[in-house]
Ligand binder design. Structure first.
Ligand SMILES: Nc1ncnc2c1ncn2[C@@H]1O[C@H](COP(=O)(O)OP(=O)(O)OP(=O)(O)O)[C@@H](O)[C@H]1O
Length: 537
């Protein structure tokens, strides 16, 4: 029993120990379980974190994949760029090669240029030296030129005076005589012996003065009481006589100085006188070609030329033109806008300025000779329209072209006003010669002819009176006796210059008319003797 008890106690001890062990194991178990839970939680957390990290890593991976792709693309582009760059480099290399070759050539050229440059530099230095000398010379020349210009201006005034004196010595009233050639239209048609007819047609005219060309002799033949042919010769002397062969240029040569005079401020009148068909219009207006252009276009050209030349001497000119016709003592504007001029034109003289104006007349400012030619052509065509409508009115009227020239000199302060009048007079034939036969418009013709005769004789009287006045002093001049002389009053009086060109027909049938014309012109010419006598030969 004791043993059992001891055993039981031992067993109880063992049971207690075991129980303690069990409690301890249970505690351990609990602890382990708590630990397990903690570890499980941790594991769960780790799992979650792992999942998150995995997701992050996958995201990163995707991102990197994209970056890799992009990097690959970039790499590809870079490769392409590199390829291109390589090609560029290669072409640049070859260009560089060429360039360096060129550079070598250029360097060689440069060296040769350098040598040339040095030579040129030397030349340049030489030229600079010469230039400096030239500048000095130029300065001297400029001073001389300015002195010469001043001298030229002074000489210009002297030249004007001398020119005027020369013109005065030649006579302020001069008469030229011009005989026109026989024209094919003068010879009747259907003639077998043309040469003989031509000879018979021709009047006997001679030009004895071979040196100065101032004389003309005309023979007229008549029958004596006994039936014999009686020849009489008439000699006339003028300032110049032009034979049929004389050209327009030769006639103008004698007139050109008058154009100079009107630029110098003088009034000039040039008249063409003669019977119908004697060559007045040919002399004044002429043809369209240069060789046969007449005195009006030549004088106009000359005026423009002289005005231009005088520009260098400080003169500035203003030119204007008018063109009128006087028919039956009525003035018609040849430059008006309408074909038939219905205006009544009056002549007005300004005693203060000595200038003449015609009321309501077209006055055109002129700047070129071509403009004047166009103006003359339009006036001519206007006259020919009137001529066909009114019986050759151009032969039965006086035409007056006036070029007014106003000049001023800024250098010397001088000014001047000149006038060039170019007058194509109406046919001078007498009534019994031209219009012997009766006709339906005889009355009109009679009126025309009387008016022409009156105005032509008024012109003769005025010129004659002017000549007497210059010889004997004061004298009444009958300007008012005709429209023509009244119009030209200021251009005929005072210090003006007048030239009459007497046009003659070479035909025998016109001999009597020619003699009348020659006598009229002689009357005019004689008035100049006072001054013409001054000529010493
Ligand atoms: N010097 C000349 N040389 C050549 N032909 C000329 C010459 N003079 C005049 N003529 C010619 O003679 C003809 C008559 O001349 P123009 O018409 O000039 O005479 P006109 O006197 O003016 O006559 P009108 O009074 O009828 O106008 C024209 O055909 C013209 O071309």
């Amino acid at each position: 029993m004791g043993e059992e008890r001891a055993k039981r106690i031992e067993l109880q001890e063992e049971q207690r120990a075991l129980h303690l062990q069990l409690v301890a194991s249970q505690e351990q178990e609990l602890n382990r379980r708590a630990e397990f839970n903690i570890v499980s939680d941790e594991l769960e957390n780790i799992r979650k974190q792992h999942a998150r990290e995995k997701a992050d890593l996958e995201f990163d991976l995707q991102k990197k994949d994209r970056l890799l792709r992009e990097a690959n693309e970039d790499l590809k582009d870079c490769r392409n760029d590199l390829e291109r760059e390589r090609e560029t480099v290669s072409s640049l290399k070859s260009a560089l090669n060429t360039q360096s070759n060129a550079q070598l050539t250029l360097a060689a050229e440069n060296r040769s240029f350098q040598t040339q440059f040095t030579a040129l530099q030397a030349q340049n230095d030489e030229l600079l030296r010469k230039n400096a000398d030239l500048i000095l010379d130029l300065e001297a020349e400029r001073r001389e030129k300015s002195n010469l210009k001043k001298e030229a201006m002074e000489n210009e005034a002297v030249r004007r005076k001398l020119h005027n004196m020369v013109q005065e010595l030649k006579g302020n009233i001069r008469v030229f005589c011009r005989v026109r050639p026989v024209l094919p239209s003068d010879i009747p048609r259907l003639t077998a012996e043309l040469a003989l007819i031509r000879q018979e047609l021709k009047a006997e005219i001679a030009f004895p003065d071979r040196r100065d060309h101032r004389e003309i002799t005309v023979w007229s033949s008549s029958e004596s009481a006994t039936g014999q042919e009686r020849k009489e010769n008439y000699q006339f002397m003028f300032d110049k006589v032009f034979e049929p062969e004389c050209t327009q240029a030769e006639v103008f040569e004698e007139i050109s100085m008058l154009a100079q005079s009107c630029v110098d401020g003088y009034n000039v009148c040039i008249f063409a006188y003669g019977q119908t068909g004697s060559g007045k219009s040919f002399t004044m207006e002429g043809g369209t070609s240069d060789a046969i252009k007449g005195m009006i276009p030549r004088a106009v050209d000359q005026v423009f030329r002289v005005a231009e030349d005088l520009r260098s001497k400080g003169w500035d000119y203003h030119l204007e033109g008018q063109f009128l016709e006087i028919y039956n003592e009525t003035i018609n504007d040849l430059l008006g806008k309408h074909e038939f001029d219905k205006k009544k034109h009056e002549i007005k003289h300004d005693p203060k300025t000595g200038s003449t104006r015609v009321t309501d007349l077209t006055v055109i400012p002129l700047s070129t000779p071509t403009q004047v030619r166009a103006l003359l052509l339009s006036a001519q065509s206007r006259r020919s329209v009137a001529a066909t409508l009114m019986n050759e009115r151009s032969s039965r009227s006086h035409s007056v072209f006036t070029l007014r020239i106003t000049g001023s000199n800024s250098g010397t302060g001088e000014s001047c006003e000149g006038c060039l009048n170019l007058v194509d007079l109406a046919g001078s034939e007498r009534i019994n010669v031209s219009f012997g036969a009766a006709g339906s418009n005889d009355k009109d013709r009679l009126k025309e002819t009387q008016s022409i005769n009156r105005s032509l004789s008024a012109l003769g009287d005025v010129i004659a009176a002017l000549g007497e006045k210059s010889e004997r002093g004061d004298k009444h001049i009958p300007y008012r006796n005709s429209k023509l002389t009244y119009l030209l009053q200021n251009s005929l009086s005072g210090n003006s210059k007048t030239l009459m060109v007497l046009n003659l027909s070479p035909l025998a049938s016109h001999l009597n008319e020619s003699l009348t014309s020659l006598r009229f012109a002689t009357k005019v010419n004689n008035t100049t003797l006072g001054t013409a006598k001054k000529q010493s030969r």
